[in-house]
Design a protein around this ligand. Structure first.
Ligand SMILES: [Zn+2]
Ligand SMILES: [Zn+2]
Length: 347
């Protein structure tokens, strides 16, 4: 029997342990990578994985999990970030309303949103991710690279020695007076240099190519009620069966991305996934799900208190999970439900 329960919004709040990953190197261009250092409200520096990166991981999983690629527009078939803006059928429409209607034929355009320039119309994503933020005790190991900005080549730092621990090495620059307690020592092309004498000329920059390990706070919100909903005319353009299958595809993409995160540099730095624990907050009627950052140790308790305070008619559910497999199971429960539908027409 079909489960009649409807899902309005879903929030995923949790702490994920990813070891030795480089998922945050979304700034990777050629061999150049940018570290992701974030400053929190209290001034603490930590590292993070951007929401764009996580959203991209989700979209890619949706694409992979859809057997029938004809459910995507031409741009999305090739996973192009332009989405509907590259869709000739959308660009040819005479009004924003019709452009959105046409674009909603594509599952990925519907769920992940788009920006069309002509006619000018935007659809916000139904899947939102915040930065995954390293809970500050995170451990990071930074491999430093020096880069020629013109040739886009790396002078890789092959080895480094810590401040005060140069062992028997010293800087190979003639007349260098840097003392071991003042600088790290770096090995480049088989020679050692202090920070001051690293062979970097004008136009070159040092880049860090970080491999990190840590526990990251994850927040994501999914708004199933908007699936297939034309955000200009406020009509559902997609039938209930398709809405449900898009809802399921989006949920399965969440399962996949936490089962096996893939992103920048996973060819050689596939993250060691240790754990994922947290809560899935579900709203079953038209009220927004509460979101509290898992950076806070008591985020689960706070959500539970909010649930009690606002829970008129049992409209909010909390599903707790303590492992990746439990997360998969809890999402599976949601797969049985269907996306909420707003009634716009009085009949
Ligand atoms: Zn598309
Ligand atoms: Zn030196």
């Amino acid at each position: 029997m079909e489960n009649k329960e409807e899902i309005y919004e879903i929030a995923i709040l949790g702490r994920v342990t990813w070891n030795l990953h480089s998922l945050n190197n979304e700034g990777t261009v050629g061999n150049v990578t940018e570290p992701r250092t974030i400053v929190l409200a209290d001034g603490t520096q930590t590292d993070g994985i951007s929401g764009e990166m996580l959203k991209h991981m989700h979209a890619e999983n949706m694409w992979k999990l859809e057997k029938n690629k004809s459910n995507f527009c031409e741009a999305c078939k090739q996973l192009k970030p332009e989405r509907a803006d590259e869709n000739k059928n959308v660009r040819g429409q005479d009004s924003p309303k019709n452009a959105v209607k046409e674009a909603l034929n594509c599952e990925l355009c519907d769920i992940h949103g788009f920006l069309v320039q002509r006619p000018t119309v935007a659809r916000t994503s139904l899947i939102e991710f915040g930065w995954a933020l390293g809970i500050p005790q995170i451990f990071r190991d930074i491999h430093t690279h020096a880069r020629h900005s013109v040739q886009e080549q790396f002078l890789q730092i092959e080895e480094e020695k810590d401040i005060g621990n140069w062992e028997n090495e010293k800087c190979s620059k003639k007349g260098c007076e840097t003392k071991p307690e003042e600088s790290k020592l770096y090995k480049v092309k088989n020679k050692w240099y202090c920070e001051e004498h690293l062979p970097i000329k004008t136009g070159q920059m040092i880049y860090h190519n970080p491999t990190r390990s840590g526990i990251y706070a994850i927040i994501s919100v999914f708004q199933p009620w908007k699936i297939g909903l034309n955000n200009v005319s406020f009509n559902y353009e997609v039938n209930d069966i398709q809405r449900k299958s898009r809802y399921q595809l989006a949920l399965k993409a969440y399962q996949a991305m936490f089962m096996r995160p893939e992103g920048a540099m996973t060819a050689t730095r596939l993250p060691h996934i240790e754990n994922f624990e947290g809560i899935i907050v579900v709203s079953k009627t038209n009220s927004p799900v509460p979101v509290i950052s898992p950076l806070k140790d008591d985020y689960k308790d706070q959500i539970k208190k909010i649930k009690i305070a606002i829970n008129v008619g049992e409209n909010i559910d909390i599903l707790e999970f303590n492992s990746v497999s439990q997360f998969i199971e809890k999402i599976k429960i949601l797969l049985e439900k269907r996306p909420y539908k707003v009634e716009f027409k009085k009949e």
